[in-house]
Design a protein around this ligand. Structure first.
Ligand SMILES: Nc1ncnc2c1ncn2[C@@H]1O[C@H](COP(=O)(O)OP(=O)(O)OP(=O)(O)O)[C@@H](O)[C@H]1O
Ligand SMILES: [Mg+2]
Length: 339
């Protein structure tokens, strides 16, 4: 059997399926993806020019908790962080909810915007999806975001829920000239209010208008990446899209803040190999905290609870707490991500 996939819009690569099971072939093939990606871009972005490999990502990839001094928890302006990957089911929503809740637990004032018509971040927090209360009206210019913000039962965490109507925005916005910058303008008003330290955007699994307007509205992007072979393919694509958004001028400073490995399965070599490949090419972006695949994380949304409410001391909760602490440390020096 031969599989075919595209790493960039321009090219297709074929590879035999045994590659996924043969470590040497796997490494060579992963490298070829990134080499092709590097040369397919007009100018390799700075994060691809780093060749050093981090000493920190060695086995086992168990979560470790980092103590952060209280002085590091100061945020001077609202940072907009898109949790994005056009690939479906990679842990975007789980990361958006868990990172938001963990940051709120650490005393940050967080606003979570559910920009996915599937409304998983909304229901995952135990809130009823609500088309009237969603970003639909703000995005079409008929309401302010502030009118749609609701509190959650988690202290410091507010939400703008999603609902099915949000799907209609794709069509309506696509017709307008400023669709790429619509959300950015709305969030600029919110930034002036200084009510939140972080605004986390949960984005849909597509390259449609909701996704691109989210990226263009963001200061930075975190890519949740499933520890599987096809995750690498998705990574090449989203990196390319981020570059395109920057070049469009809509968000010239958009930063790939981090790559968070999700659904890590310590029993498989493949999980480990995927993490190592990512660490080779994105040493500065890769989070040291790795999110394991756990039954508890998978269960939590069915109870409408965060992982911290569902299994506060479990390894899933620990891993997301660790990721949130790492996130804060990365943002500690200048009120923005470390360059
Ligand atoms: N670390 C994990 N361990 C176990 N299950 C997980 C983990 N992370 C996510 N899941 C489960 O995997 C599924 C997909 O996760 P999630 O909804 O977060 O992905 P997504 O990228 O937001 O998906 P979509 O692209 O559809 O929006 C969900 O059922 C979720 O509960
Ligand atoms: Mg989702």
């Amino acid at each position: 059997m031969r599989l075919a996939f595209a790493t960039t819009p321009l090219e297709k690569i074929s590879f035999p399926s045994f590659i996924a099971f043969h470590p040497a072939a796997f490494r060579i093939h992963c490298s070829s993806i990134f080499i092709r990606l590097r040369f397919s871009l007009p100018c390799p972005p700075p994060f691809m020019q780093v060749s050093a490999r981090p000493a920190t990502l060695s086995a086992p990839y168990s979560p470790h908790l980092v103590e952060i001094p209280a002085s590091h928890r100061i945020q001077t302006h609202m940072n907009v962080v898109a949790i994005a990957n056009q690939k479906g089911g990679v842990g975007k929503t789980t990361t958006a909810i868990s990172l938001s809740a963990a940051l709120a637990e650490l005393g940050q004032r967080v606003l979570l915007l559910d920009l996915d018509p599937q409304a998983n971040a909304t229901s995952g927090l135990g809130v009823e999806p609500d088309s009237e209360g969603s970003m639909y009206y703000p995005l079409i210019g008929e309401a302010k975001i502030q009118e749609k913000v609701i509190p959650t039962r988690i202290e410091n965490l507010s939400l703008v829920p999603s609902g099915m109507d949000l799907a209609g925005v794709e069509i309506e916005l696509a017709r307008s000239d400023d669709h790429l910058t619509r959300l950015r303008k709305l969030l600029t008003n919110l930034k002036r209010g200084k009510k939140y330290d972080y605004c986390i955007l949960d984005t849909p699994p597509s390259l449609g208008v909701l996704m691109t307007t989210s990226l263009a509205a963001a200061d930075e992007v975190i890519i949740p990446l499933q520890c599987e072979w096809f995750g690498l393919e998705g990574l090449a694509k989203i990196v390319h899209v981020i570059e395109q958004i920057r070049e469009s001028g809509a968000a010239p400073k958009l930063k790939l803040e981090g790559i968070l490995m999700t659904m890590f399965d310590g029993r498989t070599n493949l999980s480990r190999q995927v993490v190592e490949e990512v660490s080779n090419y994105f040493p500065d972006q890769l989070y040291q905290s790795v999110i394991p695949r756990t039954i508890r994380i998978g269960e939590a949304p069915s109870h409408g609870k965060t992982i911290f409410e569902h299994d506060s001391s479990g390894i899933g909760a620990q891993a997301y707490r660790s990721a949130a602490q790492e996130f804060l440390i990365r943002h500690s020096n200048v009120g923005g991500p470390i360059a």
